[in-house]
Ligand binder design. Structure first.
Ligand code: GLC
Ligand code: MG
Length: 422
């Protein structure tokens, strides 16, 4: 969060399963649309927060399965664990708050008396979260009875039902809503309260997110019955909360537009990139568009025309160098030339490209360094490179690519790199 020196323009706090991630969309199209919108128009001055019911173990698994961006803040285990940055540094202050009237042993003892409860996997049992499965028809009764018993034992807990099957028991002060309130308070104390905050969710454990004051909210179109019921009973007159018409990440994009929180046109929805203008253009935008063009080129979705190749070459410095992740140094212009041979080679195949953490800095007047992670999914294999691009402003030509350097991401090191172009 230190990355931003002033308040974020937008902070998105989103649930993952069935909100950011559509498990019914094997192509991940809505997620990829969100990703390019975020990297193009928001990454540099906004904050991305994932708030999931998953434990760190299952969260990391989801990151391997789906093209998720890297968030600034990760809230896991239904608001009981908060971490910051790429290295996921835990917020120890938050954990301290959660020990109030909480005793894991007592929760286990009391829940053990309910035959309707089936314990979830070991990974999902956390210091401040105990989770079960329970049949929809039994849920209400079990929650009532269990609350009374735990209260009698001196505990103050919160019992949340989600997805028509999951039952979580947490300390009263925990939960996605409380974790968001804590984060907002922390940002405010640093003088960085976001200008706007948008909460996004689909199920019972997201309901709290929609009751935090001054926060916009979107329930995606595919929201669960228990969330819609909660909304009808508690928040139906709040104009800041909408039920989107679109599923998952499509609903998030829709809400950005409806609440007028900033640009809502994803570069993926633009066939001619020249239409995709932003208020303060910077070379980060060129990078997002270039890699999207690269995907379309290899999928054969853009025409193999002389004009495209010429305009790409014209945006490269004639003596510019590209350091391939294998370490080989090549001419930048030749690398672009090489792309021509690959036109349509991924046609009809599972092939997607996305960029993550695109950040541009002006290192000297007229010189920019853009840092990003570029990912490529080909069939079931995914490889990625940390990429830096140096741009310089040339009289009459705008920004030109001067130097590109790539190194393999940790998980890509041992893979075959012969098919990697750029
Ligand atoms: C995630 C967690 C699970 C929890 C559910 C609802 O699926 O893995 O433990 O019960 O979210 O919060
Ligand atoms: Mg969900």
């Amino acid at each position: 969060m230190e990355r931003l020196t002033s308040p974020a323009r937008l902070m998105i706090v989103s649930d993952l399963d069935h909100t950011m991630v559509d498990h019914h969309d094997p192509e991940n199209l809505a997620l990829l649309r969100f990703n390019s919108l975020w990297e193009h128009a928001y990454r540099h001055d906004s904050l991305l927060v994932f708030s999931t019911g998953r434990s760190p173990t299952l969260y990391k698994e989801l990151r391997k399965e789906k093209p998720l961006l890297t968030p600034d803040v990760t809230i896991m285990s239904v608001g009981t664990e908060i971490t910051y940055g790429n290295s996921m540094v835990p917020d120890l202050g938050w954990v301290d708050d959660l020990n109030h009237k909480w005793d894991l042993g007592v929760v286990k003892e009391e829940t053990g008396k309910f035959s309707e409860l089936t314990l979830q996997a070991e990974t999902e049992q956390r210091p401040h979260k105990v989770s079960f499965y329970v049949d929809k028809s039994k849920a209400e009764e079990v929650i009532k009875e269990l609350s009374q018993r735990l209260e009698k034992r001196g505990l103050d807990v919160k019992i949340i039902y989600s997805g028509g099957m999951d039952l979580d028991i947490l300390p009263q002060g925990a939960g996605k809503g409380q974790a968001l309130a804590y984060l907002l308070k922390k940002l405010k104390s640093e003088g960085k309260l976001p200008v706007n905050t948008l909460a996004c969710g689909d199920s019972g454990n997201d309901a709290e997110l929609f009751s935090i004051p001054d926060v916009y909210g979107v329930m995606v179109s595919n929201a669960q019955e228990e969330l819609l019921k909660w909304h009808a009973e508690n928040a139906k007159d709040n104009p800041k909360v909408i039920h989107a018409k679109e599923r998952c990440a499509g609903g998030i994009i829709q809400a950005i537009g409806e609440f007028k929180l900033g640009p809502n046109l994803s570069p993926r929805d633009v066939s001619d990139f020249l239409e995709c203008k932003v208020e303060n253009p910077n070379p980060g935008h060129d990078v997002v568009k270039f890699f999207l063009f690269y995907e379309r080129w290899r999928r054969g979705e853009v025409e193999n025309s002389e004009a495209y190749a010429a305009s790409l070459k014209a945006s490269c410095q004639p003596g510019g160098v590209f350091v391939h992740p294998s370490g080989a140094e090549k001419s930048l212009v030749d690398t672009i030339g090489e792309l021509r041979k690959h036109h349509g080679d991924k046609q009809g195949k599972k092939f997607r490209v996305w960029v993550d953490q695109v950040l541009a800095t002006e290192t000297a007047p007229g010189t920019w360094m853009v840092k990003l992670d570029k990912w490529e999914q080909s069939g079931d294999e995914r490889i990625g490179c940390t990429t830096t691009v140096k741009f310089t402003a040339k009289e009459g030509e705008g920004l030109v690519w001067e130097h590109v350097e790539q190194t393999w991401s940790e998980e890509s090191k041992l893979k075959d790199d012969s098919s990697w172009i750029i």
